[in-house]
Design a protein around this ligand. Structure first.
Ligand SMILES: C[S@@+](CC[C@H](N)C(=O)[O-])C[C@H]1O[C@@H](n2cnc3c(N)ncnc32)[C@H](O)[C@@H]1O
Length: 241
């Protein structure tokens, strides 16, 4: 995909409503402008709805926390976090200004003014990456979709987790091939992960946030963190796409 900007963008607003767990809690509706272009980063992927649901379920812990979204595209998870009171930085490839424009358009559609948008290309230790504020959570939905990019994503995540040792990388991905795995890369970059069952945050439903997007796809969620050695020295099994 190139980074050129078409003269006339065909944009449609898609609405997602996240329900409270009981009738006393207010639902949250966000509007995400999607661009009718057959390119990554132009519309909401099924993994984004699942990660946004995880953010929504954990919103109580995210108030005043600082979150960075990688490969954000139209930024549904980051927008939900910002609407729930997190300080959010959205990012996409520095080589794809159209995707960065999508991040900005999603903020504008939801009245979000304090959200920074940065060009962060996976695998590149750029000044913008180095100068990020302290982070609590890194988000990435459907960033493991091209095996040749897996290590670049992991390099960026590893850099950020080493700078922010208590932070976690919350990531969702679509199962596209049984052969793909990040297990060896996690080991190489001294990271570990746990799989989060979708049922644990009510995301195991074909309909989520009023959308049927996840229904037709198998989406998984992982939490990646810096590797900690257990006291007995035995290693923890890593799982991954
Ligand atoms: C499959 S889309 C997912 C978009 C969004 N996170 C979602 O789930 O709806 C992958 C995203 O990664 C971004 N991306 C691709 N290569 C990248 C790179 N080398 N560095 C940073 N972002 C990249 C794309 O621009 C796109 O927004």
């Amino acid at each position: 995909m190139d980074g050129s900007t078409p003269a006339d963008l065909d944009v449609v607003l898609k609405r997602f409503t996240f329900e409270g767990s009981d009738a006393t809690q207010e639902p949250l509706t966000v509007s995400i402008p999607e661009v009718l272009e057959p390119q990554y980063g132009m519309y909401v992927w099924p993994s984004a709805v699942v990660l946004a649901q995880y953010v929504w379920t954990h919103r109580g812990e995210l108030v005043d926390k600082t979150l960075l979204e990688l490969g954000a595209g139209v930024s549904l998870p980051g927008v939900v976090a910002a609407r729930c009171g997190s300080r959010v930085v959205l990012s996409d490839s520095a080589r794809l200004p159209l995707c960065l424009e999508n991040c900005r358009r999603s903020c504008a559609a939801n009245g979000l003014q304090g959200v920074r948008v940065l060009g962060l290309t996976w695998g590149q230790i750029s000044p913008d990456l180095v100068l990020l504020p302290a982070l609590d959570v890194i988000l990435g939905s459907d960033v493991f979709y091209e095996p040749e990019d897996f290590e670049d994503v992991i390099v960026t995540v590893s850099f950020l987790l080493k700078k922010n040792p208590k932070a976690e990388f919350w990531t969702t991905y679509q199962e596209r091939s049984a052969d793909w795995s990040i297990e060896a890369l996690l080991h190489k970059w001294k990271l570990q992960c746990v799989r989060v069952p979708l049922v644990s945050f009510n995301a195991n439903s074909p309909q989520l946030a009023g959308s049927t997007l996840p229904g037709r796809h198998s989406v998984q969620m992982l939490i990646v963190s810096l590797k900690t050695e257990p006291p007995d020295g035995s290693s923890r099994a890593a799982v991954g796409p």
